[in-house]
Structure formats: C-alpha cells, structure tokens
Write a protein that binds this ligand. Structure first.
Ligand SMILES: CSC[C@H]1O[C@H](OP(=O)(O)O)[C@H](O)[C@@H]1O
Ligand SMILES: Nc1ncnc2[nH]cnc12
Length: 290
C-alpha cells in the first residue's frame, strides 16, 4: 500500500466513487458532531481512498447544514493524508461554460452561518490561508481530469455563498466585479478546516450553469443543473480512477502536513483540556510536539 490516503469529498451529483476494491462502509464518531454520512474506505490502483458524500446519501443536507468540522475530523481520523473535494459550481465567466472543469486556487468566503474553526477559547490557532489549495494535489487532479476527458481551467477564484437560495443578479454582477470566476455554497469553511487539520486540499469544480449574470440567460434552476451534473459526475468518477493511476508510490512531505507548528498560540497553562481532547485528531500531532 502506498503512503497516500486520499479523502474524496463528493458534492452534488457525486454520491459514490467507482472501482474501490475491498470497500468497507464505516461510521466514524467525531467530537464535532455528525458527519454527513458513513465513510467508504477501499483501494484503487494500490492507493487507499476514503469517500464521503458531502450532502449525505440522497442529498439530505443543505449547504448550511453540512457539518464541515465533523467531515474533516472523520477524514483525519480515517488516516487521510490529502483531500480532494469535488463540487458543482456556477460560472461567472463567459469562457467557463457548463461542462467545464476548473481547479480552484483562491476563495472569497461569504458564508455566515457555519462554524469555521476547530480552535477557539482555550486553544487558539491562526493558520495561513494565503494559498488555500495544495498545488501538488491540484496539479495531479488536473492531469486526472484531462485523462478523464474533461476540459480543465486552472487558477480560478471561488465565491462561497451561504445559500441555499441562488444569488440575485446584483450579487452575481458584484462577484464578477470582485474577480471571482465561479460560485458555490460549500467549499468554505471546508478548505479552512482542512488546512487547520494539516490536510493538503484541492478543489475540482464542475460547471453546471452560468448563474444569473449573463444577458439572455434564464435564471439558474435546479432541474437544468441536475441534467448537466449527470454528465459531469460520470467524468468526476473517472477522474478519481485516473488520479489513483498517476499518484506516485511515494508521498513526499508537504509544508501543509506540519502547518500547525507555526499556528498554535495559547500558552500550555492557558489551554482548555476539554477542547484539547476534541482536537486529538486534527491537532494531535502538533499538540504532542509542543
Ligand atoms: C444542486 S446546485 C447547488 C448545490 O450544489 C453545490 O454543492 P456541492 O458544492 O456540494 O457540489 C453548491 O455548492 C450547492 O450546495
Ligand atoms: N449558480 C450557482 N450558485 C451557487 N452554487 C451553485 N452550484 C451550482 N451552481 C451554482
């Protein structure tokens, strides 16, 4: 078995992955509450993969109700070394039509109703989010997406909105003026939490619609999104298989693996033992080191 364990978070339209050998469905408890669903662990081309459907089986959970802390915590507990997130997104750019896959490398976070940190009173941490995505995993995901037959655009900025309603036209125009390329409702605080858990994170977005900014474009509706999602999700499933094929046997360490070494600030005698206990998975390595 290789040194990688890739956690795949499947978004709207991606509720399972294909080809997993020795797949086992496992419920993992988290001190941060209920994860979206049981995880499925198996092997693909000699690498361990762990799958979690972000909205749960049957798409039970609204974006605001996805417990991103529990999701990242259970993936860490399951031994994931890296996280590949896959999401349906709206396009804010003419040149990113439905069916386009994008590699997100920046975010603007406009979510408001979600716990966005594992840390807090009794154990404060400040991680850097200057470069929120792991370039190594993102590049591998891009290569895999191309091998799966998807058109791929790098370097996109993702606007994370609260939802569940889609944007107004004024908001959609404003996000374009801010320089955003795509829009979705779930990658934040997921990406922040992955960084706090020292998990390199990459996000592949699959365009389903042009949101509502475009002249002559109807407003966005779930029906049209679902139709595009079917096509996208077949390619996303193949992308995961292609990723397993190209992952190198060795996983060189990433600076993200140890980023909490520069982030924990609370003095040992001011730390809250109850919070430390909850942090056993996400920050156990760093807390034991200091
Ligand atoms: C069904 S369209 C809106 C829905 O799809 C995206 O979810 P995910 O990122 O999990 O693929 C978007 O963020 C919304 O939650
Ligand atoms: N237009 C859109 N806005 C927000 N999230 C989306 N997910 C897919 N399309 C979207």
């Amino acid at each position: 078995m290789s040194e990688w364990t890739i956690g795949v978070i499947g978004g709207s339209g991606l509720y399972a992955i294909d080809g997993l050998e020795d797949a086992q469905s496992i419920r993992v408890d988290s001190p941060f509450g209920e994860a979206s669903d049981d995880i499925v662990i198996g092997t693909l081309h000699g690498h361990r993969f762990v799958f979690l459907p972000r909205h749960g089986k049957g798409h039970r959970l609204s974006p605001s109700d996805v417990n991103a802390r529990a999701n990242i915590d259970v993936l860490k507990r399951a031994g994931c070394t890296d996280i590949l997130a896959i999401s349906a997104i709206g396009s804010l750019r003419e040149e990113l039509p439905p069916g386009q896959f994008v590699l997100v490398d920046q975010f603007i976070d406009r979510t408001v109703h979600r716990p966005s940190s594992f840390f807090g009173t009794g154990m404060v941490a400040h991680v850097s989010m200057a470069d929120p995505v792991c370039p190594r995993l993102s590049a591998l995901a891009g290569e895999a997406a191309r091998a799966a037959g998807a058109p791929v655009r790098e370097g996109c900025t993702y606007l994370a909105m609260e939802g569940p309603q889609f944007s107004s036209r004024a908001e959609s125009h404003m996000y374009r003026a801010w320089g955003c390329d795509v829009i979705g409702m779930t990658a934040m605080p997921e990406a922040k939490l992955a960084r706090e858990a020292e998990l390199p994170y990459a996000l592949v977005g699959m365009v389903t619609d042009y949101d509502c900014w475009r002249e002559g474009e109807d407003h966005v509706e779930v029906g049209a999104i679902l139709a595009q999602m079917q096509d996208n999700s077949a390619k996303a499933r193949q992308l995961v298989i292609e990723l397993a094929k190209i992952l190198p046997a060795r996983r060189e360490s990433s600076p993200i693996d140890t980023c909490l070494d520069f982030a924990l600030i609370t003095a040992p005698d001011a730390r809250d033992p109850a919070l430390l206990a909850r942090l056993d998975a996400v920050a156990g390595r760093a807390l034991r080191a200091r």
